[in-house]
Ligand binder design. Structure first.
Ligand code: SF4
Ligand code: ZN
Ligand code: ZN
Length: 455
């Protein structure tokens, strides 16, 4: 049988898929084959499904009856009670299988395009050297796709890439993450928040490159926060990238639109600059995305950002904050725009390499208002762990997004707990009359708000 190795490997999964479809109602072998082939993305060999059905029937997990369709004899299969028990008992195994397959996919995709022989030779070469990782430390080695000298080493994927193939590999990875979480399902126009830094600029270029695949339009949005030279350089970098790609770009001047700049807000509120700025940016970006007619707003939060947030949330027990940390926030009662984080499983250093290799214009200056708090310490420690355990941050965030966050959301994210700001109509926390943005704005403009009215 062609592809025998593949189908031997998939046998358990195909058996579970058979039971899963029969759990919806009886079905013939042809119908099961068609549905499962659709999931696998290729046709199962004709006799294969009947081998599986015979085996499941022999184990009492399904039974069969004869019927007819269009005058032809057809055998219909039904799941038995034991079959249903068997299926439900596999929940843990399926979850473990998913993790194992992701690990294998990461490894094999990093080596895409090479022959099995090439893989074996290289594997032996590196393991003879006693390296823990298939790519020798300190040297990028050879490109996993074309075998030419590599420019970038990706430790957690156990692979290296040349300058031509690295951007392709990273874009494919971004696309896989986006697809897995349905970020762009049904989306026709994506607003990309472009601060001018490497993450957001890389995101803009990657999504512009995926326009043809997804069939959406891209519009770039830059907020001018009014932070002196830093903001001027950031706006210039954003503008250059919009021009380079020929995408529609919008620059929203915070002061012109809302009457205050970030430094003015920070002075008035007297809270850590980045938390005040974060509230303002989120609000202004969502409005700008709506104004631009987008149905999704993509932001450049990377894996390192999210890992840091997760660790800080655990440390402080901020369960509501963690419950809100999602790769996709659907459009809802208060916002017309879905919010997505396509880079949330992409390492910061991978984005830096992408921007470097593609020669993207990026604003290099550091924001003078940046908080120097424990956040930096936690981030450094996470990077140290990552150094010794490649893939640590990826697993931390993936497990959080797939397991912890949904459980927290069930408990802490209830629609009835969301109030409506009496000034702007956007969401507030339960019991608050005014949203955080309107409270900051009132202070920055000197109009004041009642104590305790903030959300
Ligand atoms: Fe805003 Fe902080 Fe970023 Fe500066 S570093 S732009 S204050 S979030
Ligand atoms: Zn290559
Ligand atoms: Zn408000």
């Amino acid at each position: 049988m062609r592809g025998g190795r593949r189908y031997r490997l998939l046998r358990g999964i195909v058996s579970l898929l058979v039971l899963r479809y029969l759990a919806e109602g009886e079905e013939c072998g042809y119908g099961l084959r068609r549905r499962i082939s659709g999931v696998l993305g290729e046709a199962l060999p004709p006799g294969y499904i009947y081998v599986i059905l015979k085996s499941l029937r022999g184990r009492g997990l399904l039974d069969a009856r004869e019927g007819s369709r269009n005058g032809r004899r057809v055998v219909y299969y039904r799941i038995t009670d034991s079959g249903m028990d068997f299926l439900l008992r596999h929940r843990g195994a399926v979850e473990a299988g998913r993790r194992a397959i992701e690990e294998l996919t990461r490894f094999l995709e990093g080596r895409g395009g090479e022959s099995a022989r090439g893989d074996r030779d290289r594997h032996q070469t590196y393991w003879r050297r006693g390296a823990r990782c298939a790519v020798p430390a300190g040297s990028p080695g050879r490109c996993a796709i074309c075998g030419r000298p590599a420019a970038v080493r990706v430790p957690y994927a156990n692979a290296s890439f040349c300058e031509e193939h690295y951007p392709q590999w990273l874009e494919r990875r971004i696309r896989r993450v986006a697809d897995r979480y349905g970020m762009f399902d049904g989306v026709r126009r994506v607003a990309v928040a472009v601060s001018g830094g490497k993450d957001s600029v890389s995101l803009l270029h990657a999504l512009a490159g995926l326009r043809g695949d997804y069939g959406f339009e891209v519009v770039g949005i830059h907020l001018d926060l009014g932070i002196g030279e830093y903001s001027r350089a950031s706006a210039e970098a954003a503008r250059r990238n919009f021009e380079m790609l020929g995408v529609e770009g919008r620059i929203v001047d915070l002061r012109a639109r809302y009457g205050f700049s970030v430094p003015e807000a920070v002075r008035a509120v007297r809270r850590p600059a980045c938390s005040t700025c974060g509230v303002v940016k989120r609000y202004a970006l969502e409005e700008a995305a709506e104004d631009a007619g987008a149905d999704a707003l993509a932001t450049g939060h990377n894996l390192d950002d999210v890992a840091q947030f997760v660790m800080m949330g655990y440390q402080s027990g901020d369960l509501e904050g963690l419950a809100r940390l999602r790769p996709v926030i659907p459009a809802g009662r208060h916002y017309g725009v879905r919010s997505v984080k396509p880079l949330f499983l992409i390492y910061e250093r991978d984005l830096a390499e992408y921007a470097r290799i593609r020669g993207l214009p990026v604003a290099g200056a550091e924001c003078p208002l940046r908080d120097r708090t424990s956040q930096g310490f936690i981030r450094r420690k996470l990077l140290e762990i990552e150094e010794g355990m490649p893939g640590f941050m990826l697993r931390l965030v993936q497990e959080f997004a797939d397991g912890v966050q949904p459980a927290l959301a069930e408990r802490y994210l209830r629609e009835e707990d969301v109030g409506t700001c009496r000034i702007c109509g956007r969401p507030t926390s339960k019991g608050r009359e005014i949203c955080s943005f309107c409270a900051i704005r009132a202070r920055a403009l000197g109009t004041g708000v009642a104590p305790g009215a903030t959300g």
